[in-house]
Design a protein around this ligand. Structure first.
Ligand SMILES: [Fe+2]
Ligand SMILES: [Fe+2]
Ligand SMILES: [Fe+2]
Length: 411
């Protein structure tokens, strides 16, 4: 049995975007719905249909990289390109949607300008552009007529199709009374991904959230790699290893909802900020609950629990924490110690070891796992460094391309 069902991968991705900002709740799904209705009306082939649904659902995924959601909702902001570029970079480098990802880069460009670009998916880009603006206008309560007829803004064929389809306001009504969700849920049931795609989407989710801050870029990959190496030392079978992998991969996705200013604050967080930061665990649980096997959810959501009950958010104790929970927790601590943070430099492996040994002695984390790590840390860290290198390169490459694209004629 799969740890996560195919349609649930899509639902997790969607829910994560919903956690980013209230104004973005269901935006991707509503845009996807409008795109699909228009495509259906224009007799698009079924495969194209599913493809566009995924792109439209994720078209604002680059918003993870910005705290400034205002600009992505506004029409005439130059800053709008920031999330469009990042969205394109995430999707083109990390998702199974690589081939068509450039439509996301151009999803805020007017039709008039778009036709002069080398975008390889102008049809999809202009479709998402129109549906995106319609959804924002509906949410903001502005009239559609003036929006739709701005000169050069939208593909006139799409505008005509929308007006014909929406004659009795049926599309808008479906959005307002949420009946569109039934159609979308029906569609999700038909999504088939396969193991590689499932993994690729979830890795994109985790890494794109880590990429929000330079201090967390390598956090998940390091946690995952350490957890897997520890799992090997305990001779876990392939099913258990797979569970450990996904738990470690998804443990911090709730950080997508934490303001970047908090992730990057220099110095200690005050009480209120600490509380907010700690909410990331509950958010991870909210997103995954019901969509992932319960033992995997437990491992992901218990990574800040301590054996003596001093952890958070549930203050669980030793008897409630499984081997997997304990491994993910220790891998998470090591990853944080070995990485640079806004409030501290990287610790050496020697210092990290002395800290976890002290924590184990205090009864906070599992003594046995710590000993296993200490005994094998050299070989473990060689493999961890090897795994993190790829993500480091990806991040550097993304930043380089971001600068290149933002300096180009995209705006
Ligand atoms: Fe956008
Ligand atoms: Fe959007
Ligand atoms: Fe965490």
């Amino acid at each position: 049995m799969n740890i996560i069902k195919d349609q649930d991968v899509i639902i997790i991705l969607k829910s994560m975007l919903n956690k980013l900002d209230d104004r973005l709740v269901d935006h991707g799904e509503r845009v996807a719905y409008l795109c699909l209705e228009l495509m259906h009306y224009m007799n698009a082939p079924y495969e194209e249909y599913l493809h566009v649904a995924k792109l439209a659902l994720l078209h604002d995924i680059g918003a993870y990289k910005t705290d400034d959601v205002d600009s992505l909702l506004s029409f005439e902001s130059e800053d709008v390109w920031e999330h469009a570029i990042y969205g394109y970079l995430f999707l083109s480098r990390m998702s199974p949607l690589k081939k068509n990802a450039d439509c996301v880069l151009y999803h805020h460009m007017s039709y008039e300008k778009l036709i002069g670009t080398d975008c390889s998916n102008k049809k999809i880009a202009s479709l998402i552009h129109l549906c995106d603006r319609i959804d924002v206008a509906i949410k903001q309560g502005t009239t559609l007529t003036s929006l739709l007829h701005q000169s050069g803004q939208f593909d006139p064929i799409l505008v005509k199709a929308f007006e014909t389809l929406n004659k009795n306001q049926c599309l808008i009504r479906a959005l307002e009374d949420k009946t569109y969700q039934d159609k979308m849920n029906e569609l999700y049931q038909t999504i088939y991904l396969g193991e590689d795609e499932r993994r690729e989407y979830l890795e994109m989710l985790a890494y794109s959230i880590d990429f929000r801050s330079e201090f967390t870029v390598l956090h998940t990959i390091t946690t995952t790699a350490i957890a897997i190496e520890l799992g090997k030392q305990y001779h876990l079978n392939s099913v258990e290893m797979n569970k450990l992998y996904y738990a470690a991969l998804l443990h911090d996705i709730g950080k997508g909802a934490i303001p970047i200013s908090i992730l990057e604050k220099q110095g200690k967080l005050d009480d209120k900020e600490t509380q907010l930061m700690q909410r990331h665990v509950t958010i991870t649980e909210e997103i995954l609950k019901g969509y992932i096997q319960t033992d995997v959810l437990h491992m992901a959501a218990c990574h800040h629990e301590k054996l003596d009950g001093s952890g958070y958010p549930k203050h669980l104790t030793k008897k409630e924490l499984t081997l997997g929970d304990r491994i993910v927790a220790i891998a998470d601590i090591l990853s944080a110690l070995l990485g640079k943070r806004s409030y501290k430099e990287k610790f050496s492996i020697t210092k990290a070891i002395s800290i976890i040994e002290e924590m184990a002695e205090e009864g906070k984390i599992d003594q046995d796992i710590v000993q296993v790590f200490v005994a094998h840390h050299e070989e473990i860290m060689v493999r961890v460094d090897h795994n993190t290198e790829k993500i480091k390169q990806l991040y550097v490459d993304m930043l380089e391309h971001y600068l290149k694209l933002s300096g180009q004629c995209v705006v």
